[in-house]
Design a protein around this ligand. Structure first.
Ligand SMILES: CC(C)(COP(=O)(O)OP(=O)(O)OC[C@H]1O[C@@H](n2cnc3c(N)ncnc32)[C@H](O)[C@@H]1OP(=O)(O)O)[C@@H](O)C(=O)NCCC(=O)NCCSC(=O)Cc1ccccc1
Length: 153
């Protein structure tokens, strides 16, 4: 069950249906990693996943791209909840550092806002292990897309 904090479901009035968003997120790219959201609010998003052999690079530690992907997803979910019914977000930059190698266990990602503006947002995401040690930290810049145009081909 996702904790949606103050932001309860209601589309069309500037807020967003967080239960529907959690459902959508659970079916897309995040499902490949096994990422599960535990909190979706405009001020904080938390999610967890378990390190599995599928996520490892050849030396048996988790692939760095997993941290980048989780940080991209969690920051984007946070920016989406904050922007609400005003539009949607796309990531335009992702800087992620890998600070401690992981081979197993459940990792937790937490997104916190740095800047939430009219045209862009900046979110910091910290990933910790079961001993609460920082294993990765990233920053994602999002563009707020508030017109009705469709991006991509
Ligand atoms: C090791 C270091 C790079 C530098 O650590 P520092 O900044 O100096 O920090 P600190 O000294 O505090 O040590 C922290 C902990 O590290 C341990 N440790 C330190 N040195 C060694 C050592 N020489 N050997 C063994 N362990 C060492 C140390 O014991 C300590 O643990 P402890 O507190 O004792 O329990 C660390 O930042 C790290 O592991 N980052 C994550 C890298 C990662 O997972 N990258 C992604 C996967 S690669 C990828 O995807 C690319 C690819 C794809 C496909 C195919 C091929 C490749």
């Amino acid at each position: 069950m996702v904790d949606s904090g103050e932001q309860q479901a209601s589309n069309g009035d500037g807020r967003i249906d967080t239960a529907a968003l959690a459902d959508q997120l659970g079916k897309g790219f995040d499902a490949l990693i096994g990422l599960e959201y535990t909190e979706l609010s405009p001020d904080r998003v938390r999610a967890q996943w378990t390190v599995t052999p599928d996520l490892q690079q050849p030396a048996g530690i988790q692939h760095g791209g997993v941290y980048c992907s989780v940080i991209e997803s969690v920051a984007s979910a946070a920016g989406t909840v904050w922007l609400g019914g005003r539009g949607h977000v796309v990531g335009v930059n992702n800087n992620t550092d890998f600070l401690r190698a992981t081979r197993e266990g459940t990792l937790t990602a937490e997104a916190s806002p740095v800047h939430r503006g009219r045209t862009q947002q900046l979110w910091e995401v910290r990933i910790t292990d079961e001993q609460d040690r920082l294993v990765s930290k990233g920053q994602v810049r999002l563009a707020n897309i508030t017109d009705t145009g469709r991006l991509g081909n």
